[in-house]
Design a protein around this ligand. Sequence first.
Ligand code: ZN
Length: 244
Amino acid sequence: MAMAWWPFFFFFFFVVAPFFLLTAQGTGEEEKKVVIDRFKAYLQIPTVHPNPDYSPPVDFLSAFGRTIPNLHIKTLEFTPKKPLLLITWRGLDPSLPSVLLNSHMDVVPAEPDKWEYHPFSAHTDSQGNIFARGSQDMKCVGMQYLEAVRVLQASGFRPLRTLHISFVPDEEIGGRDGMAKFVVSEEFSELNVGIVLDEGLSSTSARYRVFYGERAPWWFTIKSLGSPGHGSKLYDNTAAENLL
Ligand code: ZN
């Protein structure tokens, strides 16, 4: 999880339950398998830094989005080869501020020789655990959004507000070519976003931990020194640890 770049109004960090809790519970075994297989297919796309190819995930997600009725799909490209996929479900009252559900397509590097299973094999063990880089951070979230919309549509639900789902590039390296350019674009202001749900922590149960943040009147720069590196490496003497 890279430090996010979020210069705009509210945002909510919310917690992700296992992928299937929201989308596959209560459905038949066959449908559950289709949902899990679709998630695994997304995980098998190696959108890994330092040189992720964003065409395959954009094509994959667009193709799935086209199978769900009433969705409008478009690709925005603020930086060459760094597309942002925007999927919209128009609400009953499109004049109201909209809801934006965001996730990033890229993942941090993975060293295959340090993994029990190849990080892009999406291997499933006998307990049903799926092993893949990005399974938690945060392809599970992106797929849950689409699967939830699919289930809601099938139930006949129509949202009052328009719902947008964005899949952004480059979050893990700061988002400057992704979300940063999106939020200052004409396309973004036309969305009239009122609330955003974004990345949080995964959960191994049906209990959600919710993080909440709102536009702050004051912004601070705090300097803290320590060993650099991604948080997942669990270094000692990191800047964040020292700050705490
Ligand atoms: Zn992340």
